[in-house]
Design a protein around this ligand. Structure first.
Ligand SMILES: COc1ccc(Oc2cccc3nc(N)nc(N)c23)cc1
Length: 200
């Protein structure tokens, strides 16, 4: 069957595009987590694809992420449906192939949810057409400890940009009208905006 749209969803600290420190998110932004849960859950069944380290750092009681087909990638996995909510795959391609063939689950969207290694591979996959990036800024301009960064070629001015940031109307249409989109959100030391980027 045809492959459902592949969407990267990530929250990153500008300008370096930091996303983590020692396997954890450096911030706790409650409205942002609600946005992540609501967008990836959606109204029809979606898949969330993640690397093994990301899966292992989700507390047991919160995994699999509920209401979504969880797909975990590891080079040492056999390709197998472990439970109706959990698929193991040994590559991104074999995961996409299985999801595309799997009629039982009619997946609407495939969300890539981390971590860094998977993000930096999937951004270069021509099948990835949408990025949902929560752009975070630190209000105090202080250094936030980070050790994982997005290598996304989208903020460079000089090169012919293949990625374009869409306006808020397109973001609202993409995530669905029942998702509350507020901008310039302030929580603790951070201010953040929800953005949608499309490959031209
Ligand atoms: C440690 O496991 C996980 C780490 C990160 C993760 O993804 C997210 C968690 C919380 C909020 C998130 N927000 C956005 N915009 N994107 C993600 N991928 C998020 C999901 C699981």
């Amino acid at each position: 069957g045809s492959t459902p749209p592949i969407v990267i969803i990530v929250a990153a600290l500008l300008p370096e595009l930091g996303i983590g420190y020692q396997g954890k998110l450096p911030w706790r932004l409650s409205k942002e987590i609600k946005y992540f849960r609501d967008v990836t859950t959606g109204n029809k069944r979606n898949a969330v694809v993640m690397g093994r380290n990301t899966w292992n750092s989700i507390p047991n009681k919160f995994r699999p992420l509920k209401g979504r087909l969880n797909v975990v990638l590891s080079r040492t996995f056999q390709n197998e449906l472990v439970t109706p909510e959990l698929y193991h795959a040994n590559s991104f391609d074999s995961a996409i192939d299985w999801i595309s063939k799997d009629k039982a689950h009619e997946i609407e969207r495939i969300f890539v949810i981390g971590g860094g290694e998977l993000y930096n591979t999937v951004i270069n996959d021509s099948r990835t057409l949408h990025l949902l990036i929560t752009e975070i800024k630190n209000n105090l301009g202080e250094e936030v400890p980070m050790d994982t960064f997005l290598k996304f070629p989208i903020y460079q001015q000089h090169q012919q940009l293949e990625w374009k940031k869409m306006d808020e109307d397109k973001l609202k249409k993409f995530v669905g009208e029942d998702i509350e989109i507020s901008q310039n959100n302030i929580e603790g030391d951070y201010t953040y905006d929800f953005t949608l980027w499309e490959r031209t």
